[in-house]
Design a protein around this ligand. Sequence first.
Ligand code: SF4
Length: 367
Amino acid sequence: MDETRTKNRILDLRNFSVDYGWGDGAVRAVDNVTMHVDRSTVVGIAGESGSGKSTLIYGFTRLLRAPGVIAGGEALFNLSDASASEGNFINLVTATESEMRRVRWSNISIVLQSALSALNPVLRVRAQFDQVLKTHRPHMSKSQRRDRTIELLALVGLNEDRLRRYPHELSGGQRQRVMIALALTLNPSLVVMDEPTTALDVVTQREIIGKLAELRSQFGFAMIFITHDLSLLVELADEIVVMYAGTVVERAPAQTLYDSPRHPYTLGLLSSFPPMHGARTELTGIPGSPPDLSDMPGGCRFHPRCPYAMERCARETPPLAQVTNESRSVACWLHAGDEDAAVPVELRRVGVERHPPLGAENAEGET
Ligand code: SF4
């Protein structure tokens, strides 16, 4: 059997590409991305706006709107549960629309960035849960649906009195909690979070992240968490995938990536946000802007912004390759040879203090 199709693999993206537009006018927004998610793990995807991270998830969940089109690759999703002796994979790229409707919510659920626009503004909270349960669990009675909704709201720290509220009657943090509860309604094996805390203040953001960590350890679902804030991701993820201009430039265990980024872009991202704990650090950011998709630089796509660019970088595209003796892959010519001395010291740094994982806070969810 294909070794990647084991029972513990939930999602397996292979050479997955997405275009916007058709023919000569098409621009490639996601280019040959290969990555996977294992059962009960959290994979973080980081990158600036326009790096392709949201397009990637809307692509494999088939929620892309025109002119977005899947341009190639496979997205293998495991339909079997944890007790199965082997995986039962469906290719989401070629699945029919009715197959996709069954997979969404039941197997894969998505929490969007803005709960206000994701929730139906004219339906009370209870009715939003009712819609999902009536569609996917038609055998449930009205009282069973109500009990399940109360149970789900309690999981995210919201009281029963929120059932009759409209979305606009809730705070931003409460709406995002409702979205998370909705995503967990049918016990999916994969929850995709597209910048779910970006619109929230930092205190609320931290509380939501803590709640997610608690729910994940309680229910064991796998999670893809998208953000541009790498320091926040380090608190939650097992592995981090860094995207730039539609490609993966570094992939590593979260702590490894935080302690010792190897790609200059990863280092730039880490230097763009304050750490959530510990001493203050100087924020330096990344010079320049992400490239125009219709006018992509040749060679390494990051070379116009890279402080370490070499002559070769403008000519040749570095492949995503495993770093010798490390459990990570990086697409950068600095790490392609054996001459480690050539690697700048800041791209070899190690030993940054590890902070304890976030726990659940604010049980009442009054944020
Ligand atoms: Fe910088 Fe060259 Fe590495 Fe690209 S390949 S990140 S330009 S050093």
